[in-house]
Structures are given as C-alpha cells and as structure tokens.
Design a protein around this ligand. Structure first.
Ligand SMILES: *Cc1c(COP(=O)(O)O)cnc(C)c1O
Length: 409
C-alpha cells in the first residue's frame, strides 16, 4: 500500500456490538494494545526509517515523514473523533492551514469568516496573497453575505465557528449547502468547539480543521494540527501534500496528543460547565460592558448554537469598561488567570486579542469586526469555577479602581 492510499483498517478492533458514544470513542481512540508486547499504552515509534525486504515493494512504512505507526494511531483517533474515514496530522494548526491551501492554485478565490484566528488571517493575507490566491472576508453569520461573496473563481469557503475571539456563530448547514451548490468546498475550523460539541461533517462540511494544540492536546505542552474528511478525493490530495510539504508532527507529539484525547470528553464537559457559570455570573456586572458566550440567551448566535452544538465551549469573551488601562489592571490583579496566548488547556488563561492573538490583524480591520482595546478573551480551565469567578471579581475591582482614578485625573 502506498502512503497516498488509505484503508479502513483502523487500529481499534471494531468489535463492539453497539455504536459507542463519543465519550467512549475518546477513551478507546488510538487503538488496541501494542501488537507483540500487549502494552496498554503503545510505545512511541521514533524511527525515521524502516527496513525493506526487496526493492520497490512499497511497504506500509518506509520513511518517517511519509508515515509512522504512532502517527497512524493519532490520525485514526482524529478520524474517529469526527466520525470520518480520513485524517492527517500536522506540526501545528497553521501547518494544517498551509497544507490545505496548497490544494489551490494561483487565481483561486477563498471566502472566509471575517473574525478569524489572527494567524490564519496573517497566512492568508501576507503569504498566500503573494501567490495570487485571493480572499474575501465576510460576516459568515450572514448567509446572504456568504452567497454574495462566492464567485466563479471561488474554490473554498473557510468557516471558523464559534469564531475567535467574539464567538460569532455561523449556521454551518445553511452555508455549506450554498457552497456545495456552487461547487465550492467548505472547511470548518472546529478548534473552539472540538469534535465533542460540533460535528461539521454531519452538517455538510467537506473538511474539518483543528489546531490540536488547544483542547485536543489540552495540556499546553504540544503543538499540532489536523485535517479530517470523509471525501476520498480530498483525502488523497491532503495525504499527498502532507508528504510533499513535510509539515508533520514528531512521534512524541503524536503520543502526547493521543494521551490528551483519552481525557478530552471529561475535560470539555468541565470547560463548558464552568464557562457557562462564569458567563452567566459576569453578565450585568459593573465594569463589564459585554459578555460574549454562545450559551447566553443574550448572544446573537445562541439559537443557531443550540441547534448545531451540544454545549457552548470553554471560551468567554468580555468587553471591559475603561479600555486598555482597565485591561492592564485586570491582568495584573488576576492570580488564577495567566496572561498568555493559546487556549483550551487545563489552566485558565487570559488574553488581550488586540495586542496578542490578533496583533497581526490591522487595527482598522480589528475595529471593523468589533475587537477593541477593552476586549479580553478568557479560556476557562479546569480549576473550580467558584475560585475562577472569585478571582475574576477581584481582578474586576482592581480594574474599576483604575477606571475611577482615570476619571478623577
Ligand atoms: C490556535 C489556532 C489556530 C492555529 O493553530 P497553531 O497550532 O497555533 O498553529 C488555528 N485556528 C484556531 C481557531 C486556533 O485557535
């Protein structure tokens, strides 16, 4: 079998007499005990090359970039999580983005959600535009705007939902149907939702993208990305590019990601429950001008989120009164919330998008989509929600003192 082909010979023996729930899939993902040793946790295969018996036989494994048993286990786990046949893993989320965009050619056009992860926006506008791949950014929550942006040159519709950092919700099934009718492939960046909360392929998307660095890894100690699809043609293209471009994860990265997947459902459950508690508690709190969380009834996308998500995720975004000075005081005063890039890990993190994750997005563009100096993104971790809330209230009062001092001055 060549590396560009796929088989359905999953490493998990498909011997369950019933269809397992996704919680069970998470625990079992990555396969049966290691053949030979029966080790419950398979060894990491670090080999870069594999012995071949006769020249030209195309063995299952020949070279580490092309394929590796540990990476296979991860890819099969990722496919199972999304209920798909094919998955490929990458060295980072942006490596997955880069690989997918290599399916395009000069002159091709992409319609993308406007409030996109900053790194995707940077790659689109600063790298791919040099090679004449063209992008139109739209408010993808507006089905008519998506339809209007599609041209005869459009090859890809790029959705991120819930979006980063404002958690806007795109009606996946509706926009996928529009794209499909126009012969356009749809990719959904499912990083925020995880396969536990949202199933884009079942809603009509062609490809799911993950930064596995976030919830799937979950421990802030491994970078990774994934492309998942049920379409054999797309799978073939991606497999070819994975090997041809070479942005693959190391075997030890794959092992860490497999370990993360085993507890993913448990972690996501806690992230969602705590995020909802915190979002509800902060709504209407003095010093907080807005709370964005798809689980709040006040959120624009709540109805759609309820239809297409099983829970609302672990990210809550706030608009603090008092702008930058208040944000600085808030960040300085918080103890449980670490000021850091990234999200989806065990530890609660606090991020200021305009100076951090979205610093590469031009200010005018940031303002157009609604990211301001007072925007703060919370990645709700696994600590006790009561402690997290107590710490937020403490930090908010520090921000309020700063605000009052500014008024006096
Ligand atoms: C982090 C992130 C990415 C990029 O992934 P890396 O692993 O950092 O390269 C892409 N999309 C979303 C939504 C992200 O949060």
């Amino acid at each position: 079998m060549s590396h560009e082909e796929f088989t359905d010979d999953l490493l998990i023996s498909q011997d369950l007499p019933f269809a397992p729930s996704i919680d069970t899939v998470c625990v079992r993902a990555g396969g049966d005990p290691e053949p030979g040793s029966d080790a419950l946790v398979p060894a990491t295969c670090q080999a870069t090359t594999f012995a071949q018996s006769v020249p030209g036989l195309s063995p299952r494994y020949c070279y580490g970039r092309t394929g590796n048993p540990t990476r296979d286990r991860l890819e099969q786990a990722l496919a199972q999580l999304e209920g798909a046949r094919f998955a490929r893993s990458f060295a980072s989320g942006l490596a997955a983005v880069d690989t997918l965009l290599h399916t395009l050619r000069a002159g091709d056009h992409v319609v993308a959600s406007q409030d996109l992860y900053g790194g995707c926006w940077r790659q689109f506008t600063k790298v791919w535009s040099k090679f004449d791949v063209r992008f139109t950014f739209v408010d993808a929550t507006d089905v008519t705007a998506v339809a209007a942006a599609i041209t005869p040159r459009t090859k890809l519709l790029w959705l991120e939902t819930p979006s980063n950092p404002l958690l806007r919700v795109t009606p996946i099934a509706k926009v996928c149907a529009i794209a499909r009718a126009a012969g356009v492939r749809t990719v959904v960046d499912n990083t925020f939702a995880t396969p536990l909360l949202q199933r884009p392929l079942e809603l009509g998307a062609d490809i799911v993208l993950h930064s596995t660095t976030k919830y799937i890894g979950g421990h802030c100690d491994v970078l990774g990305g994934a492309l998942v699809t049920d379409d054999p043609t797309i799978a073939q293209e991606v497999a070819f590019l994975q090997n041809a471009l070479g942005a693959v994860p190391s075997p030890s990265d794959c092992t860490l990601l497999l370990r993360g997947i085993r507890t993913l459902s448990l972690r996501v459950e806690r992230h969602c429950a705590s995020a909802l508690t915190i979002a509800r508690a902060l709504e209407g709190t003095p010093g907080v001008e807005a709370v964005w969380y798809p689980g709040l009834e006040s959120h624009d996308g709540h109805a759609v989120a309820k239809q297409q998500m099983s829970a609302f995720g672990g990210i809550v975004t706030l608009q603090l009164a008092g702008g930058r000075a208040a944000v600085d005081a808030f960040a300085r005063a918080s103890r449980l919330w670490t000021l850091a890039e990234s999200l989806g890990g065990f530890k609660s993190l606090l991020c200021h998008p305009p100076t951090m994750t979205h610093a590469s997005v031009e200010q005018s563009e940031r303002e157009r989509i609604g990211i301001t100096e007072g925007t703060v993104r919370l990645s709700v971790g696994l600590e006790d929600a009561r402690d997290l809330l107590a710490d937020l209230r403490h930090a908010l009062s520090a921000a309020s003192v700063t605000r009052q001092a500014e008024v006096v001055r």
